[in-house]
Design a protein around this ligand. Structure first.
Ligand SMILES: Cc1cc2nc3c(=O)[nH]c(=O)nc-3n(C[C@H](O)[C@H](O)[C@H](O)COP(=O)(O)O)c2cc1C
Ligand SMILES: [Mn+2]
Length: 495
């Protein structure tokens, strides 16, 4: 479909109350433009300006944060574009997931979780042709800086080509293909560094290759369908390929081509794909990079170098970017929404009944401050829910606080959560401390040299189960009384 056709199709679908489907990032952009959620910006500098604009839009937009497509970047030909904030609105995430476009906040989390309950992975499909093969660079033509790679924050150690990316690796023993979003810093035209935190699937697989004394084949896709980025940046079960998981979300197999030198799959409709190897003793300093916690906590360390052997790209390619930093960032709402649904699903799978909502607060980057609300059914239910939420796959890495609240508290309403915390918890009885949990170098509160583990406070801010019925009643008028007084004094109240 041309962009115009895609827009027309999308407008008709939306008018009919349906969520339009799309095949690639370009059709997606046409739909997002027709939804009024795309800003096109010409003439910015890759050096700090793109990143700072993404920061300002994330901090200062009234309402939804728009997706931003930068073109005519300083020093680059027209058509070599970058896209920021792709998933920074509920509407765009609903579009990616084929869910109703008018769902917001917890409503969207609920709908996504319901979809996940019925979700089944669909195996990816190898194809011989795809727009990604329009240009294949090798040898002297390889140049990572052919694309307008941003220098994102003032204290960064380099230009990061991999942020909203898929780092694709294969398990050498088990054969399955994983991908995750792991940051990638350009060293020079033909090499880059990858930061993969211990415990992430890409890190486990890379270590397996290195322990056999073999180079680790890797492909990094840095421009693609936004639903693939939702799968790459969040914890999908070990052993499940994110390709197949994303296929299950779309209801159709993801079409992939295979790399000329590694044989690894990559999306046939991708925009830019980098292929090469990391070798066991080949390391170089990576970082610092401004991160999702709001700090440059990982500083710089030696990390494996990816030596590039091929670059594949579409004509007029689009580099997808995410700008982490002091929250809210251009992807923190996406992290919050996806993680909330995943934790909800995983906690229920672990056997916890009657979960009414999960919200991974953007202030904690979707990880450090997570709230779960339940309808308490039996003694110990609240402890079970909060401990599970803190340790299921989607909630375990770099968590800090989990708060469990009763079902009369909306977990997305920070004021109400703090009210429940202030009035229904007793520090001595309600807080459990967990030690030596899964953290990593990005944790700003762990001293350098001691990183790896952190502690957790999991807080029960529910009314104690055994005296729930006798707990002091809430001093709030009944809905009937409120309605009666509101009707009489409507003008006064509504001003
Ligand atoms: C924009 C973005 C950047 C990320 N950068 C990194 C990173 O540099 N290193 C890392 O280990 N995880 C990073 N993550 C988190 C991982 O992508 C996430 O934990 C994911 O589950 C990893 O895939 P895996 O579960 O297959 O290991 C990032 C996530 C997002 C959304
Ligand atoms: Mn994985």
């Amino acid at each position: 479909m041309t962009a115009l056709e895609a827009r027309k199709f999308a407008e008709e679908e939306i008018k009919a109350g349906r969520t339009p489907s799309y095949t690639d990032l370009r059709e997606w952009l046409a739909i997002v433009e027709s939804l009024g959620e795309l800003k096109k910006v010409d003439g910015v500098d890759w050096n700090l300006e793109m990143g700072t604009l993404a920061e300002l839009l994330a901090h200062e937009s009234k309402g939804s944060v728009p997706a931003v497509l930068f073109d005519n970047v300083k020093g680059y030909p027209k058509g070599y574009r970058t896209l920021f904030a792709q998933n920074a609105s509920f509407k765009r995430m609903a579009l990616n997931l084929g869910l109703p476009l008018d769902l917001n906040g917890l409503e969207l989390v609920k709908a996504f979780r319901k979809k996940l309950a019925e979700h089944k992975p669909i195996p990816h499909k190898v194809v011989k042709k795809g727009p990604i093969l329009e240009n294949v660079l090798k040898g002297g033509d390889i140049d990572l800086l052919k694309f307008p790679v941003p220098f994102m924050h003032e204290l960064d150690g380099g230009r990061f080509i991999g942020t909203a990316c898929l780092v694709i690796t294969r398990d050498p023993d088990e054969g399955w293909v994983n991908f995750g979003a792991y940051r990638g810093m350009v060293h020079d035209k033909g090499s880059m560094g990858l930061y993969i935190s211990p415990g992430k699937h890409g890190s486990i697989q890379r270590r397996k290759w290195f322990e056999k004394g073999k180079p680790c084949p890797v492909i990094i896709c840095v421009g693609q369908d936004p639903v693939l980025f939702m799968a790459s940046g969040n914890e999908i079960d070990y052993g499940v390929s994110e390709f197949d998981y994303a296929g299950g979300l779309k209801g159709a197999p993801i079409e992939v081509c295979e790399g000329e030198v590694t044989g690894l799959p990559f999306p046939a409709h991708a925009e830019i794909v980098i292929e090469g190897f990391m070798k066991p003793d080949d390391v170089k300093t990576e970082g610092p990079f401004g991160e999702w916690t709001g700090y440059y906590a990982s500083s710089s360390r030696p990390e494996p170098v990816l030596r590039v052997e091929r670059i594949y790209h579409r004509n007029e390619p689009i580099l997808c970017c995410a700008r982490p930093g002091r929250p809210p960032s251009d992807y923190s709402i996406a992290k919050c929404m996806v993680k909330s649904a995943l934790i909800w699903e995983q906690v229920e799978k672990a056997g916890v009944p009657d979960v009414k909502g999960v919200w991974c607060h953007e202030a904690g980057g979707g990880r450090l401050l997570n709230i779960i609300s339940i309808k308490q059914r039996y003694p110990g239910h609240a402890r079970q829910a909060m401990l599970a939420a803190s340790q299921v796959h989607a909630g375990a890495y770099l968590g800090r606080y989990v708060i469990v609240v009763d079902d009369d508290i909306d977990p997305t309403n920070t004021f109400d959560v703090l009210w429940a915390l202030s009035t229904r918890s007793d520090p001595v009885e309600s807080i459990e401390i967990l030690r030596r949990c899964w953290s990593g170098p990005l944790d700003p509160r762990i001293q350098p040299g001691k990183k790896g583990f952190n502690s957790r406070a999991v807080i029960d801010a529910c009314r104690p189960f055994e005296w729930m019925k006798d707990f002091p009643p809430v001093a709030e008028s009944t809905p009937e009384l409120k309605e009666k007084v509101r009707a009489k004094w409507k003008k006064l109240i509504e001003g």
